[in-house]
Structures are given as C-alpha cells and as structure tokens.
Design a protein around this ligand. Structure first.
Ligand SMILES: [Mn+2]
Length: 354
C-alpha cells in the first residue's frame, strides 16, 4: 500500500494538491485495501485513514490493517474528522455527491474536484495487480473451454450464462456491476450478436449461429475481460470471411501494442484492417480500453485518444464487425503492456464450431 500511496501523492502534487479524499469504492480500495462504504483520506505524510460507518468498521479493520479506522454513525457528515486530517491541505477528491463536496469544502483549505490522481495512478499496474489479472484471465480461458464442452444447438443464451456463472462463482470470480447492461455476461447468438452490448435472452442457439461470449469478471477487486465468438453446427462463408477479418484486425492491434506507441495507432492498426475489408462502418466502437478496478478505465484505445502506452498498463484489444439484424463477430484479449506485449489469454482465436 505504501508504494501505491506515494504514487497517488505524486499525482496529487501534479494536480496542485497535497492530500486525497476517496469516495468511490475503487479508489478507496486502491488507497487502503478496503472495498466498502467509507471515505479514504490520504494526507501528505502517506498515511491513509478510513472513515467508516459503524457497520463497516470491522471489515475495514480486517482488510486494511495498516490504516487508522475512524468509526462514525452512518449518513452523518464527517466534517470534523476531515478537518482534523486534511484541514490545512489542498485536497483532490473524486467526490461527486453534493453533500460530500460541501462537507469537504467546509473541512479543508481548498478543494479540487479532480479524480486525475486516482486515474493516473491506477493506470499503471504493479506486480501484485498483474498477478491477480493474470489469474483472472486464466479462469476466463477455462470458461471458454467450458463453452466448447457444453454449448449445443437448442440451448438458451440464459442457460449458458447460468453454467458459466456457476463455474465463475465457485472460483471467486464475480459480476463487475457494470451499470449499462443488467446481465453479468454478454452471450449474444445469431442476430443478437450484431448488438455489441446485447443483453442475454431466452433465445435458443440454432445451427448456423455465431455466438459472441464476452466474459468480464472481477476477482480480488480486479476485472479481466475477453471475448470469443463461436459457431454452432455449421458456419456460412460470409460469417467465416467476417470472422477472419476480425481475427486479422485483432492480431494487428496486438502487434501494434508496445511501450510508447500511441493508443490511436493501436486503434488504427485494427481499424484499417476492417476498413480495407469493406466493413469500416460496421466497427462501431473503440478498439479497446484500460481494465483494472473498473471495467472501463484509462487509457482509451480509440481514434481520438491522445494517450500513449506505458509499461504496466492493462488494456483490451477487441475489434468487432456487426451486420445489423444478421450477425456479429468480436474477438477480445486483455493484455499487459510490455516491450513485447503478450495477451493474458491463451484460448485459441481460431473459429471453433461446437
Ligand atoms: Mn472489453
């Protein structure tokens, strides 16, 4: 935690602040090791303090043994505790809730509503974080393996999701709580696969379907994300051509991914390949995104990104082609950026027909 908090304070200083206050659970966890309903305070001396409602105090004490825990009544404003801890500081915070912002303004010398120190620090993963991501990715690979064993024509999307989530839960991989879909996974069959963020339905797989299986799960706080597209029974020529194009685009994105490369150039490597094949307009999202304590974090691997890749970033490369109301293909790996980046996923990207 010590090293991580020094990094946080370095980035706070760059933002013109001397202390940090975290309200978002991801940032609180990054700062303290405790994921819960509480406020994390990091003052200039590098010492993190957790202000937690009484119901969370015991868990906070167990998960963040290095932190002082200040227990208080739920839904009361911790103004006096904040004033004592960071009263003379310029404070950077991720707080969005107006009541939290008011309390902070009252407590400290100056407040900056600027989450950038958290964003910047979290973007580069340390070896402990990378180990968790690698383990999570390995379990996701096992889930693709499970798909090849259990998927069959006549099975519902929802049935496959249930099987996969049981497998995941037994291995302590859980739903990420991503707010823009209501299902833990994306299992999109036939025409549903033309929708990048399809909801899981009761549709049964039929011979000739492509099925996109996008597995985004959290383990020990960290999210890994990978996608494979399977065929059911038989795959037509057009589907095979589109699959080959996406596979080539994913491969080119992976090859472009090196320390110092612009995120834009990685996006272009994938996008140009799809464009040349005549499907430019059918690739309707960015090539990738950062992963970590959040499903989508910085950097963004998109055409408009101004960021560059650095050692230790964790990102996805996930081009796709979506033919409305017909079918779609997406292939995605999570990767740690190194001089020569290698994906964290080993499950084949060749088309598997079940
Ligand atoms: Mn993704």
């Amino acid at each position: 935690m010590g090293k991580r908090n020094n990094t946080l304070l370095d980035h706070a200083r760059k933002a013109g602040a001397s202390a940090l206050v975290a309200y978002e659970p991801e940032n609180l966890f990054y700062m303290t090791g405790f994921w819960g309903e509480a406020v994390g305070v990091l003052s200039g001396d590098g010492q993190a303090v957790i202000i937690a409602p009484a119901l969370e105090a015991e868990r906070a004490r167990a998960d963040a043994p290095g932190c002082e825990i200040i227990s208080m009544e739920r839904n009361t404003t911790p103004s006096s505790a904040l004033a004592r801890l960071v009263g003379s500081d310029v404070v950077c915070t991720d707080a969005k809730n107006p009541a939290d912002v008011r309390a902070l303004k009252k407590a400290c010398r100056q407040l900056k509503q600027d989450p950038s120190p958290f964003v910047e620090s979290r973007m580069i993963k340390d070896s402990g974080e990378i180990k968790i991501l690698q383990h999570t990715s390995k379990v996701i690979d096992e889930m693709f393996e499970l798909c090849t064993q259990v998927m069959r024509a006549g099975q519902r999307e929802s049935e496959l999701q249930a099987k996969l989530m049981a497998f995941a839960a037994e291995r302590e991989l859980f739903d990420t709580g991503y707010r823009y879909t209501t299902n833990p996974l994306i299992i999109a069959s036939g025409p549903n696969s033309a929708i990048p963020h399809a909801q899981v339905t009761q549709r049964k797989f039929v011979r000739g379907d492509l099925v996109t299986v996008d597995i985004t799960l959290r383990h020990c706080g960290y999210v890994s994300d990978a996608t494979r597209t399977f065929g059911v029974g038989h795959v037509g020529d057009k589907e095979r051509r589109v699959y080959a194009t996406v596979k080539e685009a994913q491969d080119r994105g992976m090859t472009a991914l090196t320390i110092g490369a612009s995120c834009k150039s990685v996006d272009a490597a994938s996008r140009d390949c799809i464009f040349s094949a005549g499907y430019g307009a059918r690739f309707v999202h960015a090539t990738g995104h950062g992963i970590g304590l959040d499903v989508h974090e910085q950097p963004s691997i998109s055409a408009r990104s101004t960021q560059h890749l650095a050692r230790g970033m964790a990102i996805t490369v996930e081009p796709g082609i979506y033919i409305p109301k017909t079918f779609g293909v997406r292939i995605e790996d999570s990767v740690i950026v190194r001089k020569k980046s290698v994906p964290m996923h080993e499950f084949t990207k060749d088309l598997i027909v079940v």
